[in-house]
Design a protein around this ligand. Structure first.
Ligand SMILES: Cc1ncc(COP(=O)(O)O)c(C=O)c1O
Length: 391
């Protein structure tokens, strides 16, 4: 913790002057470098025209793919920049050539939108959704996964770090099992990008989706998709346009060869540049150092809240990150959230309706989510815990 350049990162983050921002799993405070990049491009669009500004920024726009590849591994031609993590995941999973009876294995911590999509795909294609349980630590049960893989599966689709808890799932171990059973592996890394180091080779996934605004501290309305070479071969985008395909004859079209086939033509150029700036910032700081710091802060917040008599902490897992979930006996989560916001402390509420396989299955009602980032401090945790204690 001592070597982390906390003064510099806080100086880069003007938002820390006005709020204790513990809603990084919602949308983090961006550094000035990101804001400046977005605003500069918007100004350029205003000054010379939108198409002209994107043409001028061509090399810098291309460099965004290189930045993503430096963040997660893989090659830049395996990457698509898409408006959010959900659409990125959708482009791959809705495009997968499912056959009736295909088994798709998922876990309790799967993200709500992914589960809704799988339920729709079940109606459309007759796939079977197989839910594996958690192990005694609360992470997805690797032995149960292996057993289900042994019964045959078309796909494993899991979430690395769930939206409503501190858990970090053993994503690389899942990848090793998928490789052993030659099963297609889709990893939702929406909350893990920027929070823990990612390397698609080590993870062994075929698809990785993520968002810009959370632990990467990028602009809202940005995200990306990475696909393996075999995923690129196997998956046809569910939608095509003139960017994803070429109209080669009156009756013919050809889908482009790289992962940009999953993008669409019109896009948020300023945001894309901002995403690149956010990733460059994260890489410059060092993901390992950031992970270490935010995990220490997360553990500290969890421990301090756990000591309060009326507070129960609900995070699971062997490995835990910066997301801390809790409730306060006798006070509804939304009331806690509102009371904290009145004191300029940002949290959010996680509802069981958004996590039926997890929170609802554990019999939990709405809980407060306080998600810390590396730019938060022990002093902020002190103030936050004091505020929760005095509710
Ligand atoms: C685990 C997880 N996956 C996916 C998403 C969806 O991300 P987006 O809102 O960028 O589509 C979220 C958002 O909270 C998330 O927490």
């Amino acid at each position: 913790m001592t070597r982390f350049p906390i003064d510099r990162v806080r100086a880069d983050t003007p938002g820390v002057e006005s709020v204790v921002h513990f809603n990084n799993a919602g949308s983090a405070l961006p550094p000035e470098q990101v804001v400046d990049t977005v605003v500069a491009h918007l100004r350029r669009e205003a000054a010379i025209g939108g198409y002209e500004a994107s043409a001028e920024a061509g090399p810098r726009l291309d460099a965004v793919y290189d930045s993503i590849a430096r963040l997660i591994g893989g090659r830049s031609d395996q990457i698509a920049v898409i408006e959010n993590a959900t659409r990125a995941w959708d482009m791959a999973v809705y495009g997968y050539p499912f056959q009736a009876g295909d088994r798709v294995i998922t876990a309790r911590s799967e993200y709500v939108s992914n589960v809704v999509a799988l339920l729709q795909l079940r109606e459309r294609h007759g796939i079977e959704i197989v839910l594996i349980d958690d192990d005694e630590h609360g992470q997805l049960d690797l032995a149960a996964l292996e057993a289900e893989l042994g019964r045959g599966a078309a796909m494993v689709a899991i979430t690395h770090v769930p939206t409503s808890g501190g858990l970090v799932n053993p994503a690389a171990e899942v990848g090793a099992l998928c490789a052993a059973h030659d099963t297609f592996y889709v990893l939702d890394a929406c909350q893990s990008a920027g929070q823990v180091p990612l390397d698609v080779d080590a993870l062994g996934c075929d698809v990785l989706s993520s968002t810009g605004r959370k632990y990467l501290r990028g602009p809202r309305g940005t995200g990306f998709l990475w696909v393996s070479d075999r995923a690129l071969e196997r998956i046809e985008p569910p939608f095509l346009d003139l960017h994803a395909a070429e109209w080669t004859g009156d009756e013919a079209y050809e889908i482009r060869g790289d992962a940009r086939r999953f993008e669409n033509w019109e896009t948020y150029y300023a945001g894309k540049l901002g995403l690149g700036a956010a990733i460059d910032y994260a890489l410059d700081l060092g993901i390992e150092a950031s992970t270490e710091r935010l995990q220490v802060l997360g553990a500290e917040l969890r421990g301090r809240l756990d000591e309060l008599p009326r507070v129960a902490v609900h995070d699971k897992g062997i490995h835990r990150g910066g997301i801390v979930t809790f409730d306060v006996a006798g006070t509804e989560a939304v009331v806690v959230e509102a009371a904290l916001r009145d004191q300029h402390m940002n949290t959010s509420t996680s509802t069981p309706g958004h996590a039926r396989y997890d929170l609802a299955a554990r019999g939990l009602g709405p809980i407060v989510r306080a998600s810390v980032h590396y730019y938060n401090t022990t002093d902020e945790i002190d103030r936050f815990v004091t505020a929760v204690a005095s509710l």
